[in-house]
Design a binder for this molecule. Structure first.
Ligand SMILES: CC(C)(COP(=O)(O)OP(=O)(O)OC[C@H]1O[C@@H](n2cnc3c(N)ncnc32)[C@H](O)[C@@H]1OP(=O)(O)O)[C@@H](O)C(=O)NCCC(=O)NCCS
Length: 223
């Protein structure tokens, strides 16, 4: 049986899309077609002379790309400052029945008993422990770690070096920024944001922004 090469488009063309580009370029089973992006007037996404990808158009181009590539797959390439756009694009992928690609850097460590949802991304140096459940379209960025039996809902974004301890429960659309730590068994509510370097020792309400050590709520994001 001949294995088909899967065509893939990255949704977004900023710096984080470059991280994805490097991970996906290592996969011989994938053919990266390019990026789509509303915000950038660039003609290509390029990390260096070896990796450059055309920017194929904006979100409206997706249907056309799918028509030309019936087995099209996609991955969200937008960072944590664009969470609402990530949510909208997740819905677009579901509606258009475009399957997400799950991308794991070869230098990440993922337990064989961890479960990763479709479209999840695990970057270089990240660690995902035994029994961890990671939802669809989550990002575990460079050097972040998730200890055993923690649960991440869908579209959770862990920034570089973030640490999530055992049995922590992060609900959908949570952002844990660079270097923040979530203690064992703590629950982080839907859409909440933990700012860089915070240490979270108690549950965080939905849509709250927390800062500091120990973390305290400073405001709420619109739900
Ligand atoms: C960028 C950042 C510092 C924003 O700070 P800000 O604009 O001051 O945010 P706010 O106005 O909401 O801050 C409210 C309060 O919380 C404090 N605060 C904000 N972020 C904080 C942090 N990380 N640690 C401690 N206190 C913080 C502010 O000083 C402010 O305190 P004050 O009311 O006593 O003046 C914060 O969001 C952050 O930590 N970002 C991390 C970004 C990251 O992960 N970068 C990697 C990108 S790839």
């Amino acid at each position: 049986m001949v294995n088909e090469i899967i065509p893939v488009v990255i949704l977004g063309a900023g710096g984080y899309a470059g991280v994805l580009q490097e991970i996906l370029a290592l996969r011989p089973d994938l053919h990266l077609l390019g990026c789509i992006d509303k915000a950038f007037g660039l003609s290509e996404r390029s990390t260096d002379e070896h990796y450059s990808l055309p920017i194929l158009g904006d979100d409206d181009t997706l249907a056309q790309i799918q028509a030309e590539n019936p087995d099209l797959h996609a991955v969200l390439g937008l960072g944590p400052d664009l969470m609402e756009v990530r949510v909208r694009l997740m819905q677009v992928l579901d509606l258009q029945q475009i399957p997400p690609v799950t991308a794991i850097h070869p230098r990440a460590i993922v337990s064989r008993t961890a479960q990763l949802g479709d479209g999840a991304v695990v970057a270089a140096g990240a660690i995902v422990g035994p029994g961890v459940r990671v939802g669809r379209h989550c990002v575990i960025n460079i050097g972040a770690s998730v200890e055993h039996d923690a649960v991440l809902g869908s579209n959770v974004y862990l920034g570089q070096g973030a640490r999530v301890a055992s049995y922590a429960d992060l609900r959908d659309n949570v952002v844990i920024e660079m270097g923040a730590s979530i203690n064992s068994r703590v629950q982080i509510g839907t859409g909440a944001r933990v700012t860089g370097g915070a240490f979270v020792n108690t549950d965080v309400p939905d849509h709250a922004v927390v800062v500091g050590v120990p973390a305290r709520v400073v405001r709420y994001l619109p739900s």
